[in-house]
Design a protein around this ligand. Structure first.
Ligand code: NAP
Length: 281
């Protein structure tokens, strides 16, 4: 097996394939996080609002105790929920998340943009969380380009990723360019379009050429763009399948054919506040 790919920003190395835990009940989160780390994943994604941070921490401890991985080899991300965006509440949640996980996270994200309190207050508190050692790095989730730029202009520390929905049915051209311009990165949530890619005939054709599955081709398409992807599954065999993407490459033409699948109605999870608007494409 070839080495897994990663992106490095300001000296911090983020493994490009992570394991997502949204909608995993605590018992499944613990079991699957431990299994993912055993398979070779080195990046775990959770959030306060998933109500599974403690179980994710238990899964990480299980894998460490079993000798599969060391803490310093894992990239661990969690997120500040929108109800905790005031200064004191944000710092309280940062402490609570670290306590629930039993580990200081590597990355703390603002889960969705919110007009009040001001970005200045929230970004100030997020930077303070970093300065107090409650996380190694900070970033955003679900911020359109204008708000991404505004947040970075208010943040002394670089916002090292913007975690957003991205898969073959969304273009994300503008936001990918914004992230590059800001020296940041894109992390793709719902990278498998919540399973929809499994039935795609074009992806299927490309997958057959490589002797791979539709899921593997989709994840390869993401990491080959320099994007971080965090697929989720509750099935150990699928976790292994999704991780097995390091031994093949898509051609420029295959990459372009998958990009061409983007469509205007491709978005699956639109919970953006009405104060904001997604980039046109
Ligand atoms: N920041 C945010 O606002 C935000 C929002 C949503 C998600 N996220 C993060 O992103 C992660 C991933 O997104 P997601 O969970 O929405 O969707 P996803 O990873 O695109 O899809 C998960 C679904 O696809 C199925 N699946 C997994 N591997 C597959 C494969 N190889 N072939 C076919 N189907 C497959 C899974 O079913 P089985 O379990 O049956 O395998 C599950 O139903 C989340 O877990 C979470 O960590 C973040």
């Amino acid at each position: 097996m070839s080495e897994q790919l990663s992106v490095t920003i300001d000296g911090l190395t983020i493994p490009q394939l992570g394991f997502g835990t949204w909608q995993l009940e605590p018992a499944d989160a613990r079991r699957m996080v431990a299994e993912a780390l055993r398979i070779g994943y080195r990046h775990i994604d959770t959030a306060w609002i998933y109500h599974n941070e403690a179980a994710v921490g238990d899964g990480i401890r299980d894998a460490i105790e079993a000798g599969h991985v060391a803490r310093e080899d894992i990239w661990l991300t969690t997120k500040i929920w929108v109800a905790h965006f005031e200064h004191d509440a944000l710092l309280r949640q940062a402490e609570e998340s670290a306590a629930s996980l039993g580990f200081t996270p590597d990355l703390l994200l603002l889960h969705w943009p919110k007009a009040t309190p001001t970005f200045a207050e929230t970004l100030g508190a997020l930077n303070e969380a970093k300065d107090r050692g409650l996380t190694r790095a900070i970033g955003l989730s679900n911020f359109p380009s204008a708000e991404f730029r505004q947040a970075q202009s208010l943040s002394p520390a670089r916002l090292i990723t913007n975690q957003v929905e991205y898969h073959p049915y969304l273009s994300l051209k503008t936001l990918r360019a914004t992230a590059a311009e800001l020296g940041s990165s894109i992390t793709a949530w719902s990278p498998l379009a919540q399973g929809q890619i499994a039935d795609d005939p074009i992806i299927g054709e490309i997958a057959r050429t490589h002797g791979k599955s539709n899921g593997q081709v989709t994840l390869r398409w993401l990491v080959q763009q320099g994007v971080v992807a965090i697929p989720r599954t509750q099935k150990p065999e699928r976790a292994a399948e999704n991780f097995d993407i390091w031994d093949f490459q898509l051609s420029d033409e295959e990459m372009a054919r998958i990009h061409a699948l983007a469509r205007p109605d491709g978005r699956l999870g639109d919970w953006l506040d009405k104060d904001f608007r997604w980039d046109q494409e």
